[in-house]
Design a protein around this ligand. Sequence first.
Ligand SMILES: [Zn+2]
Length: 80
Amino acid sequence: MRLFEKCPICGGNVAEKEVEKVLKGGTNTAIIRVTAEVCLHCGERLYKPDTISRFDGIRKKLSQEDVNEFELVGKTFHVA
Ligand SMILES: [Zn+2]
């Protein structure tokens, strides 16, 4: 079942793609690969509700330093 037939922002066609999403919680950052509907016109990403709730769970764990289940890959730097 397609959740989005058209982009709600611009009305463009959307296609299911695998995308990288950057999630931040507290001072921690995680990158997750998920499938999303991506607008072919404006690039808007449309996530399924269960994907969004997954993001929320990861953000919460990041802010609580509950990161044991995540794989550490390099460091994140802030460039002023
Ligand atoms: Zn669009």
